[in-house]
Design a protein around this ligand. Structure first.
Ligand code: MG
Length: 409
């Protein structure tokens, strides 16, 4: 998710990051035009488009980048009331589970599936069987550090029944990794260690929007040396390249960072992003990485913006043999605001089930009035969340996770 660079930064620092940093303002026109084009072509022309409020300066493109809303102010919750998931949510009331005792060796996602691999376009488990992992992402660690702890991981495991988590280590904003790497690393490893203790898979997300290849190589070398023996760990080397980055540039970066990881970890999954906020999986399909193993490519969707046209694009890539993992998603507009589109969101759940895609919902954060935040402002930092602590989105996605929960967990 990209817009928080601006919206959160505005709220906290009282100024707006420039387009050269966030890449968003200039795409406001692009998203509106592109969405109109895409909606018409995919039969979704009836959908209402809410243009971003900032004056656009971008060149229109034929694609639809995510995370373009520059709206800085929280105008109150915009989400709709939660409705029951059509996937058959559990009827268990929110907040009745006890924080989970780590159950490694008893039954957990990692005990069931072990070392993940990529075979063709499919993520498979240690036995070579297709596996679908569903997980919850954390918000930027530099803005929501309070949730980067073992209690939250245990709660997501025991009460939400997730298979994996995705700590999102902010890179560029003030106070994030580039300016305070030790603190960022500490938050990341707190979640990774807790995920391992709980038998969960964990995506180590380099939550960047620009290239920082030297720093990324140093960080992922450290992570591979530290966690390369753990089947729990997945590396995501570039969250969302912005609209300025081309696939050849991202590909060259990926080759360098993957090479560094593979010096220490020969097998764990590595997730590679694609241009335009991980919507240009078609550019990957035209020119995928070669000579690499256990690499998957990320697609991000926000269902009220990214509709059938992105599913079609993703399907075409999968059909061409490209392995895909949805490492960010939610039901809102790409800005993280606006109403959840429950019909489109369900269409994505169905699409991901049909293609056996693993996915992450975004995010554990408590930003006032933000649709994608799963927590109400001030929600406890140690889990144990009940209905009063969850936003409508939080209640909804919790039900979705629980609907997939195996009988033994
Ligand atoms: Mg390994």
């Amino acid at each position: 998710m990209q817009q928080k660079v601006v919206s959160r930064a505005r709220r906290q620092r009282g100024r707006v990051l420039g387009p050269s940093t966030n890449g968003g303002l200039k795409n406001c026109a692009a998203i509106v035009l592109a969405h109109l084009i895409a909606s018409c072509s995919s039969g979704n022309a009836e959908r209402v488009i809410q243009p971003a409020t900032a004056a656009p300066t971008a060149q229109p493109t034929t694609t639809s980048p995510s995370a373009t809303d520059m709206s800085p102010t929280a105008s109150g919750p915009t989400d709709t009331a939660p409705v029951a998931s059509t996937t058959g949510p559990s009827t268990d009331p929110v907040g009745t589970s006890m924080p989970g005792t780590p159950d490694v060796g008893v039954d957990s996602p990692v005990s069931r599936h072990g070392q993940l691999q990529v075979m063709g376009a499919q993520i498979v488990n240690a036995q070579g069987q297709p596996v679908i992992l569903r997980g919850q992402g954390f918000g930027w660690d530099n803005w929501w550090p309070q949730y980067y702890n073992a209690d939250v991981v245990s709660w997501l495991r025991s009460d939400w029944c997730v298979d994996m988590v995705r700590p999102a280590m902010g890179i560029e904003p003030d106070g994030a990794y580039l300016t305070n790497p030790a603190a960022s690393r500490g938050r990341m490893t707190a979640v990774v260690d807790a995920a391992i203790a709980n038998g969960l898979y964990v995506i180590i997300d380099w939550h960047a929007h620009e290239f920082h290849q030297e720093e990324a190589i140093a960080f992922f070398t450290d992570m591979a040396q530290t966690y390369g023996e753990s089947p729990n760990v997945i590396y995501e080397i570039f969250n969302e390249p912005t609209g300025d980055a081309t696939w050849p540039e991202v590909k060259a970066y990926a080759e360098a960072v993957i090479g560094a990881i593979r010096q220490h970890d020969p097998d764990n999954l590595i997730i590679v992003g694609s241009p335009e906020w991980d919507q240009r999986i078609d550019t990957v399909a035209d020119d995928p990485l070669v000579g690499v193993t256990n690499v998957v490519y990320s697609v991000h969707f926000y269902a009220a913006t990214h509709t059938g046209w992105l599913r079609d694009r993703t399907q075409a890539a999968i059909d061409a043999g490209i392995p895909v993992l949805i490492s960010e998603s939610s039901g809102s507009e790409a800005s993280g605001m606006g109403d959840n589109d429950l019909v489109e969101w369900q269409a994505w759940f169905d699409f991901m089930d049909a293609n056996q895609l693993s996915w992450i919902n975004y995010s554990v954060s408590d930003k006032e009035g933000e649709t994608i935040s799963v927590l109400e402002p001030g929600a406890p930092a140690n889990g144990g969340w009940d209905e009063s602590h969850l936003t409508p989105t939080g209640e909804y996605i919790r039900d979705v996770f629980r609907s997939y929960c195996p009988a033994t967990r």
